[in-house]
Each structure stands twice: as C-alpha cells, then as structure tokens.
Design a protein around this ligand. Sequence first.
Ligand SMILES: Cc1ncc(C[n+]2csc(CCOP(=O)(O)OP(=O)(O)O)c2C)c(N)n1
Ligand SMILES: [Mg+2]
Length: 338
Amino acid sequence: MTGPARPGSHGPGPDGLDSPAGRYRMLRLIRGFEELALDLVKSGEIAGGIHPYIGQEAVAVGVCAALRPQDRITSTHRGHGHVLARGAAPDRLLAELLGRTGGLNRGRGGSMHAADFSLGILGANGMVGAGGPIAVGAAWSARQADEDRVAVAFFGDGALNQGVLLESFNLAAMWRLPVLFVCENNGYATTLPAATSVAGGATGRAAAFGIPAVEVDGMDTEAVRAAAAEAVERASSGGGPGFVECRTYRFEGHHTMERLMKLHYRTPQEIADWRSLDPLPRAAALLPPGLAAQLDASVAEQLDAAREFALASEQPDPAGALDHLYADGLRPRAGART
Ligand SMILES: Cc1ncc(C[n+]2csc(CCOP(=O)(O)OP(=O)(O)O)c2C)c(N)n1
Ligand SMILES: [Mg+2]
C-alpha cells in the first residue's frame, strides 16, 4: 500500500547510486539510519524492536545500484537497507518504524512491512522466504505485460530452507523469468549457523535448478554491483533468472531483543574479524580525500531532519484501526466478527 505524496526529503541524494560517491553516501545513510533506529528502540519510541542491517549495507547498495527505475524488489524482516537503497525517503521510513501517520505506509506496516510501490519496493516481509514468490509473480506479470522489468528477491541464508523459496527457484527457472535471487548469507539464521543447516550450500541450491549462480564478497559494494549488473542484464535480455550469494555479516544481534538475552553463538573474535571488513571504509577509500567526511556531514543533517519529521508526525487515531484493511468497496459482512 502506498500513501499519497507527503512532505519529506528524498532518499538517495543528488548523485543517486550511479557514482562511487553516491554509493558511499547511501552506505552511510543506511548505517546512520540504523544507528538512529537503535537509539529510538532503546528510548522506547520504537515499539517492539528492529532487525538491524548494520554490516550488510554493501549488499543493498551494490544490488540497487545495478537496477533500472522500472525494476522491482522484495525484501525481508531485515529490510531497512533495501528500502532506503531503492530510494525511499528516510524520514518517511523512520516515521513508519514509529507507527506514525506520516510513515511510508501510514505507520501500518512498521519495520517489517514497509513498502513503496511507486519506487518498485513491493515490501519488506516478516515471513522468511516469502519475498521469493512475490518477486517471481512480479517478474511473471512483467512478462505478461511485455514490459522489461527485472524483479529482485533479497533473502537470508535461513530462507534457503523454506520450501516456498525452492518452489520460486523452480518456477523462475522453468519459465525463464527475469528474476534476480540475492542471498545475503550472513552466516546465521537467528542463532543457527548456515554451516550446519544448508546442505549443498547456497549456490548449490541454485545450480540444482539450472540457475546461474555466483558467490561474491558481500562486504564489497563494487563487487556486489558488478555481479548484480551482469545478472540483471542477462535477465532483462531473456536469459532467465540469476542468483548471487553475498557473503556478509551482521555486526549487531539478530534483533534488538538479543541484547536482553544471554546468547553465546558468536565469538568476539569472529565479530571483530568481520568488523575489519566493514564496507564503509572500503567504499570511502575510492573517493577523493575529504569527500567522505563531507558526505557524512550531509547524511547527519538529513538524519537529524528525519528524526524531527518522524517524531513530530501524528500518532494514528485508534478509531481508524480497521481502515485500509479491505480494498475499497469490500467491507466485512454485517455481523461478522472483526
Ligand atoms: C516462515 C518463518 N519462519 C520463522 C520465522 C522466525 N524468524 C524470523 S527471522 C529468522 C531467521 C532468518 O534468518 P535468515 O534468513 O538467515 O535472515 P537473517 O536474519 O540472517 O537476516 C527466523 C527463523 C519467520 N519470521 N518466518
Ligand atoms: Mg542469515
């Protein structure tokens, strides 16, 4: 569901994602957005918590940099990075996380169901693996309409064990649909290591369906962009689906609740090793001296404005709790339990 246009600053900044500077700025925007959201969870302003994307930014930015305006994406429970990289305004996404009426979806989707169809964002998704069939449906509808649109499904290593995702691989391959499957292998599904739960490996799953698959360094924005661009080009010219496995890592816990629990499934050394591969300094190293600091300052300003906009946005009226649940013209039957 998309709301009418509302005030709010636009997401990607003047450069979009076409230049190394634009991509660095987006990495910083996602990182800063997540840090701000973590603060707002701690202060109780965001109810229920979030799944932070910190550490994985290069995947969202690299893939979205390879897309054209007409392409579409589906996302996951850890979706803020995808939604921002595809161009959603950070102030409206933040208002969405806060459940406010100025949110991307009037505050009714929240962190795990933010969407903006006008930007081709078919939605974050709280159901692991569920973005796969939605992307396949979007690709099929583009085919039916004779439109050149690629659909990207982002998903985690945990989704590789969801039957619905395997069914999506099958249909996409059988019908040679323009889909790009992007597996963000961050090593864990909650606390379950991928190494002990994904038989045959991620690219092996794709290979079983005859889908060309590559594995890339998911901490390197440029490597992700190159792999995604190749797959998008092939899909758009009738070559069928592609699969990119991005080896990445989340620096924070699975969910913000994790800090309240005493879980020991990752060693401090493992976390430190991955932190040393942080995608932000790697992207900053491609820029002329001084530019990264300037971009950091402009992102900080944008996020201050986003915080102000989101916190000033109105809380929804409880009397409207059932609004937008049904398509126009379809109402619950008189006497039905609601
Ligand atoms: C169908 C389904 N089963 C279980 C869950 C509970 N759950 C939420 S996130 C998650 C782990 C997902 O791991 P992965 O796909 O690797 O993504 P990551 O959290 O690592 O980004 C699980 C099991 C869910 N949301 N949906
Ligand atoms: Mg995972």
